[in-house]
Design a protein around this ligand. Sequence first.
Ligand code: PHE
Length: 335
Amino acid sequence: MQTKIAQLRQQVEAEIGSVTTEDQLEAFRIKFLARKGLVASLFDDLKNVPAPEKPMAGKYLNELRQRTQMLFDEKAASLKSTPHVSAQLDPTLPGRRKFLGTKHPLMQTLDEIKSIFVGMGFGIADGPEIEDDWHNFSALNFPPDHPARDMQDTFFVDRNILLRTHTSPVQIRVMENNTPPIRTIMPGRVYRNEAVSARSLCNFYQVEGLAVDVGITFSELKGTLLSFARRFYGKDIKYRFRPSFFPFTEPSAEMDITCFICRGKGCRMCKQSGWLEILGCGMVDPNVFTSVGYDPEKYTGYAFGMGIERTAALLYGVDDIRLFYENDVRFLRQF
Ligand code: PHE
């Protein structure tokens, strides 16, 4: 009897150690402590023990029952104080927010401009960012001593090879490879050797436009750009064309619209003038037609060009265009 009790005690001690859940603890209770459990069945055996051994056997058995009950109670208490979750998971932590990516504000602006011109019947063309002097300057009627050809303004790769300073060379490429009628916009990156500031970058985007056909007039240029501006900036904008100069257009103009921040009253954005300059434009200079082998007596056309960073900055009220290139998600998430 004494060995049986000792064996059962070992079993109890071993099994309580591997209990880690309430269910396992309940199974332990049923196995050892229930009315038909192993401890109770040893009490049943007590009647077969010879009389002289009975008091000792009874004493050991009682001790075993108390010990088992104590182990059970201790385990029950410790299971209660341990939460029923794995150590890695802390349900009190705040949830993790996931953010959806969005198109970059510059690309959103560009897409909007493209879709307006495509809706008016324009195609889209592309050209290289590394250009030669011919396409970037000479064919566009820049005189040999024009200041834009200076190293101060242009990044040269080689003597006659440079990073394009505007998207106008794509006009030349489109005309060299096509015959009129032409109606195309040409978006792309351009480079200028300029000090970076809140208002200028050395690398930015432009959208160029070109229309060439028989009988195109300045009023078509105005009508097209006005339709664009009304769709892009709002139906009720006012506009004006100011005389300007570009070597590749004659006459040349700059288009202004009423400042939509202050509605023309004058503010920081429009430098108190009430007007915002949005693009440069003009009628294609006859010398440009001659460069590409078009007959300037037969064809006329117009061209325009606008900067995307400035346009996006105006549209979204961003006062420093460098923000578009810092890729700070706190900035980008707003668009
Ligand atoms: N290329 C000119 C610029 O970069 C803009 C322009 C394009 C002006 C087409 C007239 C016609 O400033």
